[in-house]
Design a protein around this ligand. Structure first.
Ligand SMILES: Cc1cc2nc3c(=O)[nH]c(=O)nc-3n(C[C@H](O)[C@H](O)[C@H](O)COP(=O)(O)OP(=O)(O)OC[C@H]3O[C@@H](n4cnc5c(N)ncnc54)[C@H](O)[C@@H]3O)c2cc1C
Length: 327
């Protein structure tokens, strides 16, 4: 069984940033990734533009130039992170999903399944850093009809919705961006938010402006203080300030948040907060399971520029913990 000091689980932007810091700290480590590098970003909508400027998405001190300093698209970010991972030659094993952590005397036995044949593998590690993100665990509406096939929680290509009637549910940036892009792809878009006005939603100012512009052009119809009551195959029952009670639709796109997979931490007795995130020490990011740390979107650091700094402290804490146990 292969043994090392640290296993980083997940090779998203923060798993990669952690790997760079671990390499600089000369730790004996390995990264295991369920898909390919930045798998979550590969599943973001095609052509999606990030809300942050490139320098806020950069990791490891590598510059992230974009034409005319514009905000990066999904494609630019994937390209950038791939180049960083190659330049650093990080020890990453892709297509290997970690499925269980068993505590052992000197750390953890980590169990994984390797694609394409789901071959089981085991590792021994003294510390684990989970950078598994929140992508893939979309919250769903808890109403009748939420599981119907035309109710989606993500999309890839806006043109799929050309001349379709789409109700988008959500008051955050992802829902706002989807409303803009689908309206631009000639979909008929209603944007249902829980707030009394669009201005009170969590949209970044530039997203709000883009939505407002399309509202003025009658390409997005906002539905405020909306409660979805029931989804039917061809319409939605809802309550909102506009007084609509039944809206005929072709698709419903719910973008009401993401939450982390609990399957690795819950069996170790790690509690989760009201926001669905695992409880951890705010300085070291160590969870109550000794030697198991979290970083990135699975912790409370939703933005890359915050998480990439915090992960440096976690790697230092891991190093201290390894040194202490070696003495
Ligand atoms: C639509 C959208 C737009 C965003 N825009 C911005 C923005 O403008 N600015 C910003 O700072 N942030 C933005 N974010 C958030 C940003 O994408 C995340 O903060 C960032 O991706 C977090 O990186 P991460 O490495 O923590 O998680 P992720 O990128 O989600 O990476 C997690 C990795 O772990 C792997 N994994 C999961 N479980 C396992 C397992 N059991 N075994 C092995 N591997 C596993 C996954 O395959 C994945 O590759 C956006 C998010 C979304 C969804």
């Amino acid at each position: 069984m292969l043994s090392c000091d640290l296993i980083i689980v997940g090779a998203g932007p923060i798993g990669l940033a952690a790997g760079i810091e671990a390499k600089r700290a000369e730790l004996d480590f390995l990264i295991l990734e369920a898909g390919t590098i930045c798998q979550s970003l590969l599943e973001y909508p095609l052509g999606m533009r990030f809300f942050s400027p490139a320098d806020e998405l950069a990791i490891g001190g590598y510059p992230f130039p974009t034409p005319h300093d514009e905000k990066p698209t999904r494609e630019m970010a994937i390209n950038y992170y791939r180049k960083v991972a190659s330049a650093e030659n990080l020890p990453i094993r892709t297509y290997e999903r970690v499925v269980r952590l068993d505590p052992s005397e000197s750390g953890y036995t980590l169990h994984s399944l390797r694609l394409p044949h789901q071959l089981p593998a085991q590792y021994h590690t003294r510390c684990v850093l989970l950078c598994t993100g929140v992508w893939g665990k979309e919250k769903r509406l808890s109403v009748d009809g939420a599981d119907l096939p035309h109710v989606l929680t993500r999309y890839d290509e806006p043109t799929r919705f050309w001349r379709q009637r789409v109700l988008i549910v959500g008051a955050g940036n992802s829902a706002g961006e989807a409303a803009i892009r689908l309206a631009d792809a000639d979909a008929r878009v209603w944007l249902a938010v829980d707030q009394p006005t669009l201005e009170q939603c969590k949209f970044r100012p530039f997203i709000l402006r883009e939505i407002q512009l399309r509202v003025e052009e009658h390409r997005i119809t906002p539905l405020t203080e909306t409660q979805i009551l029931r989804i039917h195959p061809d319409c939605v029952d809802l309550r909102c300030t506009q007084g609509i009670e039944n809206l005929p639709v072709d698709f419903v796109l719910t973008m009401i948040g993401l939450q982390p997979d609990r399957s690795l931490l819950a069996p170790l007795g790690v509690p989760f907060g009201a926001d669905g995130k695992p409880v951890h020490n705010p300085d070291t990011y160590e969870t109550p399971a000794r030697g198991v740390f979290v970083a990135g979107a699975i912790s409370r650091d939703g933005f890359v520029y915050v998480a990439r700094e915090r992960v440096k402290h976690s790697i230092q804490a891991i190093q201290r913990s390894l040194d202490k146990r070696a003495r």
